[in-house]
Ligand binder design. Structure first.
Ligand SMILES: *[C@@H]1O[C@H](CO)[C@@H](O)[C@H](O)[C@H]1NC(C)=O
Ligand SMILES: *[C@@H]1O[C@H](CO)[C@@H](O)[C@H](O)[C@H]1NC(C)=O
Ligand SMILES: *[C@@H]1O[C@H](CO)[C@@H](O)[C@H](O)[C@H]1NC(C)=O
Ligand SMILES: *[C@@H]1O[C@H](CO)[C@@H](O)[C@H](O)[C@H]1NC(C)=O
Ligand SMILES: *[C@@H]1O[C@H](CO)[C@@H](O)[C@H](O)[C@H]1NC(C)=O
Ligand SMILES: *[C@@H]1O[C@H](CO)[C@@H](O)[C@H](O)[C@H]1NC(C)=O
Length: 485
C-alpha cells in the first residue's frame, strides 16, 4: 500500500512536472512566434519581388537587421577626427587627398529678385573638395526640358548659414561626418518647405557621413537618390536591357570567345579592408583551393600603373577578358547594391562570381544565367568543384553567355556614375520632385535612413554559415579610419 501510494505520489509529481514543462514550452513557443511576428513586421516586404527566404535564414537576417538598425552608437563607426570648424561643411582635404577647391562664400549665387517664382536654387552640401570637384564645375545654371521657363541654379555651400537661401539642399558626399552640432545648425537654418535630398552611390554600411541622429529620422530627408530601385530617384550602376526586336539579336562567336579564355579566375581590387565582411581573406582562402590571379593593391600582380587613364583601363579590360571568371565581390551585402563590378564583368565578357546582395536579388537585375553566386554552394570546395567542372565542360561554361543574344548590359563608367548625381537629368528630376511636393506637401512620405528602405536593406552575406564566417562582428572598427584607402 505504502509503495503504491509513493508510486502514486511520484506519478502525480512527474505529471505535474511534465505539465509545468509543457506549459513552459508553450509559453516559449508563443514568445518566439510573437517576437518573430513582430520582427517580421519590421522587415521590408520583398514578397512581390521574390519568394521569402526560408524561415531560419529570415530570422537570422532579421536579428542582424535589428542589431544594425537599433544600435545606439554607430556599430561601424567611421567618424573622422573632427578637428575642423564645426560649421564648415567642406570635406576635410586631408581625407580626400588634395587641397580643398571649394568656393569660400557664405552667399552663393541667388535667384534674381525679378524671377523668384521661376527659379529654383539647389545647394550642394559636402560634395566639395578634392576629387569631388572634378564632378561638375559649380555654380551652374541649368534649364530642364520639362519646365523651360524655370531657371535652376546649382551651387556648393561652404557654410551652414548659406543653406537658408536654398529651395533644395543636396547632401552628396559621405567622407565628411556631420556631428550633432552641425545637424542642429542645419535644422536651424532650414527654410520652411526646403527639400533635403540624400544622395549616395555607396551602400548603407559605407554611406554614414550624412546619417542623421536617430531622433531626426522622420523630418530630415524628403527624398533619396541612390542606386536602390525604390529610391525616389534611382541611379543604378548598370542594368540589363532585353532586346525588343527579336530579329536584331547578335550571334555570339563562341569559338572565338573560348579561344580568348586562356586563364581561369581574376580578382582586381584596391580596397582591401572592407567593413561588413573580410573580402580579402575570402579570396586568399579561395586561392588555397583553386588558382586565382590577384591584381591591384590587394593582390601581387599589376597590369598598369596609371590608374584612371583610358589606356590603362583598356589594358585591364583586355586582361580580364582572357579569364573565364572574375571575382565581383561587393564591399557590403545590401539589397540592390550591385556595382560596376558585376556590370563591367558582363560587358567585358567574363563570368562574374558574386558575393553581395542575395542570389534572388542578382537574379532580378542581372541578365538570365549570367553569374555564379557563391551562396549557391555548400562549401568553398563545392564552389571549386563547380568552377573546375565548368573549366572542363565548354558547353556548360558557354551557357553563361547565352544572354548575349537576348539583351545587352548598360553601364556607367565609375566616373560617370559619380558625376550622375549632379547631371542635368538628375537635377531636373529633383526639381520635378520639388514642384510635386511643394504643390501637395502632405501626400509624400519622408525618406527614413534608419528604416527598411535604407539601413534595413543590409543583410548577411550568405545563407550559408561558411560564408557568414567571413563577416566582421557588427562592432567591427577599421584599423584605418579612411574607408577609401
Ligand atoms: C574663407 O573665409 C574665411 C572668413 O569667412 C577666411 O578666414 C578664410 O581665410 C577664407 N579662406 C580662403 C581660402 O579664402
Ligand atoms: C521636406 O521635409 C520637411 C520636414 O519634414 C518639411 O517641412 C518640408 O515641407 C518638406 N519639403 C517638401 C518640398 O516636401
Ligand atoms: C517616426 O517614424 C516612425 C517609423 O515610421 C514612426 O513609428 C513614428 O511614429 C514617427 N515619429 C514621429 C514623431 O512622427
Ligand atoms: C568565329 O571565330 C573563329 C575563331 O576566331 C573563326 O575561325 C570563325 O570564322 C568565326 N565564326 C564566325 C561565324 O564569324
Ligand atoms: C601571388 O601570390 C600567390 C599566392 O600567394 C602565389 O601563388 C603567386 O605565385 C604569386 N604570384 C606572383 C606573380 O608573385
Ligand atoms: C557538359 O555540359 C552539358 C551542358 O550542361 C551537359 O549536357 C553535359 O552532360 C556535360 N558533359 C559532361 C561530360 O559532364
Amino acid at each position: 500500500m505504502a509503495t503504491s501510494n509513493t508510486h502514486h505520489k511520484l506519478q502525480n509529481c512527474v505529471n505535474r512536472k511534465l505539465k509545468l514543462l509543457f506549459l513552459l514550452v508553450c509559453v516559449f513557443v508563443f514568445l518566439v512566434l510573437s517576437i518573430g511576428y513582430i520582427y517580421l513586421d519590421v522587415m521590408p516586404d520583398y514578397s512581390h519581388k521574390y519568394p521569402k527566404p526560408k524561415m531560419s535564414h529570415a530570422v537570422e537576417d532579421i536579428r542582424y537587421f535589428e542589431r544594425f538598425l537599433l544600435s545606439e552608437h554607430d556599430p561601424l563607426d567611421l567618424s573622422f577626427p573632427n578637428s575642423l570648424d564645426n560649421t564648415d561643411l567642406h570635406v576635410n582635404p586631408k581625407h580626400v587627398g588634395s587641397k580643398s577647391l571649394c568656393p569660400n562664400r557664405t552667399k552663393p549665387s541667388h535667384c534674381p529678385s525679378n524671377n523668384k517664382d521661376r527659379c529654383v536654387k539647389i545647394s550642394v552640401v559636402g560634395l566639395c573638395g578634392g576629387w569631388a570637384t572634378m564632378l561638375r564645375k559649380l555654380p551652374v545654371k541649368i534649364s530642364c526640358p520639362a519646365f523651360e521657363k524655370t531657371d535652376i541654379f546649382l551651387d556648393h555651400v561652404g557654410k551652414v548659414e548659406a543653406i537658408k537661401e536654398a529651395h533644395v539642399v543636396l547632401f552628396s558626399f559621405v567622407a565628411k561626418y556631420l556631428d550633432m552640432n552641425v545637424w542642429l545648425k542645419l535644422r536651424f537654418y532650414r527654410s520652411p518647405g526646403q527639400m533635403w535630398v540624400f544622395q549616395t552611390e555607396e551602400s548603407p554600411v559605407y554611406a554614414r557621413g550624412f546619417m542623421m541622429p536617430w531622433f531626426f529620422r522622420n523630418d530630415t530627408y524628403n527624398i533619396s537618390n541612390t542606386y536602390h530601385t525604390s529610391a525616389d530617384i534611382p541611379s543604378p550602376y548598370g542594368y540589363y536591357e532585353p532586346f525588343r526586336n527579336e530579329n536584331s539579336n547578335p550571334v555570339v562567336n563562341f569559338t572565338q570567345l573560348l579561344k580568348d579564355k586562356t586563364n581561369l579566375i581574376i580578382w582586381i581590387c584596391s580596397h582591401c579592408e572592407t567593413l561588413q565582411w573580410d573580402r580579402t581573406k575570402f579570396v586568399f582562402d579561395l586561392q588555397r583551393v583553386i588558382n586565382v590571379d590577384t591584381f591591384g593593391k590587394c593582390g601581387n600582380l599589376s597590369v598598369c600603373d596609371e590608374k584612371w587613364t583610358t589606356t590603362c583601363n583598356n589594358e585591364i579590360d583586355k586582361r580580364v577578358s582572357t579569364y573565364k571568371f572574375s571575382l565581383a565581390f561587393e564591399n557590403s551585402c545590401c539589397e540592390d547594391y550591385v556595382t560596376e563590378k558585376l556590370w563591367h564583368a558582363l560587358v567585358i565578357g567574363t563570368v562574374p562570381i558574386v558575393i553581395g546582395p542575395r542570389f534572388e536579388n542578382y537574379n532580378k537585375v542581372a541578365p538570365p544565367s549570367s553569374f555564379i553566386h557563391v551562396d549557391q554552394f555548400n562549401s568553398m570546395e563545392h564552389l571549386r568543384d563547380y568552377l573546375e567542372y565548368l573549366d572542363k565542360n565548354d558547353t556548360a561554361y558557354l551557357e553563361y553567355f547565352k544572354w548575349k543574344s537576348l539583351g545587352t548590359v548598360r553601364e556607367h563608367s565609375i566616373k560617370e556614375h559619380y558625376q550622375n548625381h549632379l547631371s542635368n537629368d538628375v537635377i531636373c528630376s529633383i526639381a520635378d520632385q520639388y514642384f510635386q511636393r511643394r504643390s501637395s506637401p502632405n501626400e509624400f512620405k519622408m525618406f527614413d535612413l534608419y528604416g527598411p528602405e535604407w539601413k534595413g536593406t543590409c543583410h548577411h552575406c550568405g545563407k550559408h554559415m561558411w560564408i557568414r564566417n567571413y563577416e566582421h562582428p557588427l562592432d567591427h572598427r577599421r584599423k584605418s579610419k579612411n574607408i577609401w584607402n
